[in-house]
Design a protein around this ligand. Structure first.
Ligand SMILES: [Zn+2]
Length: 598
């Protein structure tokens, strides 16, 4: 295999804009506005497309082309990415806000179209869904028809969109900003002391050294205590905002909106939640094992991410990127081509640096817009897995964009984490093959850390969300003590005695502000486990996996997987995935015993 070109470690944003003040911003906005206005002008006052499949096809084709327009969201994407690498630059934050305002105004103009389609009488809907001309848009139309029951009038929808910054986002951003500004003096792994921000504290809390973990714990608790009253007010507002939306729309349960958006039945999500909860014995057993490995009776809640042993191997970016490349090449040449092309064209911002935000992500906003990935590579084994994870998202997006029209190319959240965890696991497999037994134990603990965090922890979080939304609706307000009671009970559910000291750890948990999406980590990882075991048994199954990766949202996840012979409505399917986790746990315990560690 030829060596990959990894020389570009910062984003090349020139396909979007030439710079922060590129005059093209105005040109793009003007062009977009003209095209959208022409569409509105042409269709707004007509109703023939609401009856005649041929006319509806014409209108949908035009609507689809608007979504596929180059420049549609160049400014939005550009400033979104710029603010991630220059987090302290207020000028960029302001420019991003303007770009978002523009995008919202465009969206509001186009909204009439799907709202009107949603109001088509049911008998006409049925005949339209049967029409040959509309086959390409079948699933899109079906979703619009189903969602229409919960839509408000165009004006009301516009008001909710426009006021959501004040009623929701500003609250959430405020708390995040407060916390991200905080720094505390702590102990580092090399024995030195110094100041650490929230991001650093979170990783120090899982450090191998107990002294480092302790110092980080004290600092984290101090920051959480400082903001717990603010968080109580913020979270109650977030809960109220969701309650108002649900009442206006007539949603029957707080998570219904999420399920509709994710194109997944509530029954399927309930099956995932119940099945994972029923196997919380696995997560508790894993934390018992970690406590034994660390020679303590129990771990504190803040220590839940602690690994075991020193995975001393270092993977500089170039080496890590090439290792991932080899694994992709073995799986499928298309995966490799997409990956190497992204590296060579500056679509990956790879290294940690000052003022860049933490974490990693992949962003894709449809055709004609490049897919970008952010990493914060610091040479650890975990970082190698992160490259594979984010590239899994990128490959999924790229294949779906290639195969689907602009209305179908975006995949739903319910399956968003399948490709990422799928790729990640093959990398772990490779790392395991190369490791000696000591390193293998360390790797296996790391792997289980990820599995349990994605599966049991996220489901516990989901259930906590259900509890606070229901609690708020019954009581009208939740005090920090009440929130703590609900939180601690769920954390104890999956951690057992290792949940000690979990008070206030909801204060800075961003996921709970992003209503009910966390189940998708568990569903993603369990589906990906099923796909992996099929690929390991039969390499040719990768072509089926590619069908899934190319399907975007052209069908519901239930249908996509049914085509592959997988029934996601069946509890037994989810239990299978959990059995894989159990097997990993068995092997890890066995190895720990063999090495005399427990
Ligand atoms: Zn992901």
């Amino acid at each position: 295999m030829t060596k990959l070109d990894t020389s570009k470690t910062e984003w090349d944003l020139s396909p979007l804009l030439a710079g922060d003040d590129d005059p093209k911003i105005e040109e793009y906005r003007k062009a977009v506005t003209e095209k959208v206005d022409a569409f509105v002008e042409k269709w707004r006052d007509r109703d023939d497309y609401l009856k005649d499949p041929k006319v509806l096809r014409e209108a949908l084709d035009e609507y689809e082309r608007l979504h596929a327009m180059p420049g549609l969201a160049y400014d939005d994407l550009y400033f979104h990415l710029r603010t991630r690498v220059e987090t302290q630059n207020k000028d960029l934050t302001a420019k991003l806000q303007l770009a978002e305002d523009f995008a919202l105004s465009i969206w509001n103009k186009m909204q009439f179209f799907s709202l009107k389609i949603g109001q088509i009488p049911e008998d006409v809907q049925k005949s339209l869904l049967r029409a040959d001309e509309l086959k390409t848009y079948y699933h899109w139309l079906d979703k619009v028809f189903r969602a229409a029951r919960y839509k408000l009038s165009e004006k009301e929808e516009a008001i909710l969109n426009l006021t959501s910054t004040a009623s929701y986002s500003n609250w959430v951003k405020m708390l995040q900003r407060f916390i991200s500004k905080e720094e505390r003096k702590v102990l580092f792994a090399d024995g030195s002391t110094g100041k650490a921000n929230w991001e650093m504290l979170s990783s120090l809390a899982g450090d191998d050294s107990v002294k480092v973990r302790q110092a980080a714990k004290v600092a984290i608790e101090d920051i959480q205590n400082k903001y717990v009253d603010v968080a109580e007010a913020e979270l109650n507002s977030v809960l109220q905002n969701q309650k108002v939306g649900d009442e206006l729309r007539g949603h029957k349960r707080p998570d219904q909106h999420r399920h509709m958006n994710d194109d997944i039945d509530s029954d399927v999500v309930d099956a995932v939640v119940k099945t994972v909860e029923s196997r919380n014995d696995l997560s508790r057993r894993f934390f018992d094992l970690k406590a034994k490995l660390h020679k303590v009776d129990h771990l504190a809640y803040s220590e839940r991410a602690v690994g075991y042993g020193e995975a001393t191997a270092e993977y500089p970016y170039d080496q890590a990127a090439n290792l991932v490349g080899e694994v992709f090449q073995e799986l499928d040449p298309d995966f490799y081509d997409i990956y190497s092309n992204m590296l060579a064209t500056g679509r990956v911002d790879a290294l940690a640096r000052k003022n860049k935000s933490g974490g990693a992500f992949c962003i894709s906003i449809g055709p004609q817009h490049p897919v970008y990935v952010m990493l914060n590579h610091t040479n650890t084994m975990r970082d190698v897995a992160t490259i594979a994870h984010e590239m899994g998202h990128a490959i999924h997006s790229t294949l779906s964009i290639r195969a689907q029209n602009a209305l179908n190319c975006d995949y739903p959240t319910s399956v968003a984490e399948v490709a990422s965890t799928f790729m990640e696991d093959f990398i772990y497999q490779r790392l395991l093959e190369e490791a000696d037994e000591e390193t293998e134990l360390s790797l296996r603990v790391g792997l289980l850390n990820d599995l349990i965090a994605s599966c049991h922890r996220q489901i516990a979080c989901y259930q906590f969300e259900q509890d606070i939304h229901q609690g708020y609706r019954q009581k009208g307000y939740l005090s920090k003590d009440e929130i703590n009671d609900l939180f601690n009970a769920r954390m104890e559910g999956y951690l057992g005695k290792h949940a000690e000291g979990s008070d206030n750890f909801w204060v800075a948990w961003p996921h709970i502000r992003n209503y009910f999406y966390v189940y998708s980590y568990a569903s993603g990882i369990l589906i990906s486990k099923a796909l992996q075991s099929k690929v390991k048994k039969d390499k040719a199954f990768i072509s089926k996996v590619k069908e899934f990766l190319s399907a975007g949202s052209s069908k519901s996840p239930k249908e996509i997987f049914a085509d592959m012979g997988i029934d996601i409505t069946d509890k037994a399917f989810w239990q299978e995935g959990l059995k894989e986790i159990e097997q990993q746990l068995d092997e890890t315990e066995k190895l720990a015993k063999k090495l005399g560690k427990i």
